[in-house]
Design a protein around this ligand. Structure first.
Ligand code: SAM
Length: 227
């Protein structure tokens, strides 16, 4: 059994040099890292639905709608509405719908939000109309029907056990010429590594780094290689 300190070092090394790459004893290292993340309640790692529901019920994510988070939503809306004006949008890990609220004034043909948290999705039911729907579901196993011009992973991808596998599955509902918009908080080691991994496996069309106050977000526009 490794000490807590050693496991932290192992985790740091794994995300700096090993994530998404082949190396000896990889499965074992990944198991140790994931077990530690669950035990420690690591804030930037996958969590069960009950944990998300509890956080939303306690209002722990209310701050996302505040001015201090405005920049990464603005970049996503900017890319989406410039590259796919009036297009259809799938927001994976939509939370309490902050992005949909920012997107709405610019127009969309269809907006579907998916989130694992029943508490978050329940709060969005009164926003639904013939063009807007919110669905509770685990993105690791659920893909909504349809075709979408823009598929957004806004600060959600690093909460998935296998982010690249999720993107590969969601590529099936990406319209021809469609785009993925992936935003990652740069204060999270896991988020940074997941994004690098995603960039290596996709065609990168553009990206923007925003800094607001002391925090930064990197937003990439990508599509599956060969698409
Ligand atoms: C940091 S919040 C971001 C919420 C929203 N994208 C935003 O930026 O306003 C991460 C979201 O991912 C959702 N999430 C985490 N794991 C998920 C999964 N396996 N399937 C679907 N949603 C998930 C959480 O419930 C949470 O709403």
């Amino acid at each position: 059994m490794l000490t807590d300190r050693l496991t932290r070092w192992l985790r740091a090394g794994y995300y700096i040099a090993g994530y998404g790459r082949k190396f000896p004893f990889r499965a074992r290292v990944e198991r140790i890292v994931r077990e530690w993340e669950s035990r420690a309640g690591q804030g930037d790692a996958p969590k069960a639905q009950a944990a998300w529901d509890g956080q939303y019920a306690r209002g722990e994510w209310d701050y996302l709608a505040g001015v201090a988070e405005i920049s990464h939503y603005a970049v996503i809306v900017g890319y989406g509405t410039y590259l796919k004006p009036g297009g259809s949008v799938l927001d994976v890990g939509c939370g309490e719908g902050v992005l949909q609220e920012r997107y709405l004034p610019h127009g969309y043909s269809n907006y579907v939000g998916v989130d694992i948290s029943a508490v978050a999705v329940e709060k969005l039911k009164d926003r639904e109309d013939e063009r807007t729907a919110f669905v509770q579901g685990d993105a690791e196993s659920t893909v909504p029907e349809g075709k979408f011009d823009v598929i957004v992973f806004n600060e959600s991808l690093y909460y998935f056990e296998d982010p690249l596998a999720v993107m590969t599955r969601y590529a099936e509902v990406l319209a021809p010429d469609g785009i993925f918009l992936v935003s990652m908080f740069q204060g999270s080691r896991r988020a940074r590594s997941v994004l690098e991994h995603v960039l290596r496996h996709h065609t990168v069309l553009d990206e923007t780094l925003t800094t607001q106050g002391t925090r930064s977000w990197r937003c990439a526009v990508v599509r599956p290689k060969g698409a």
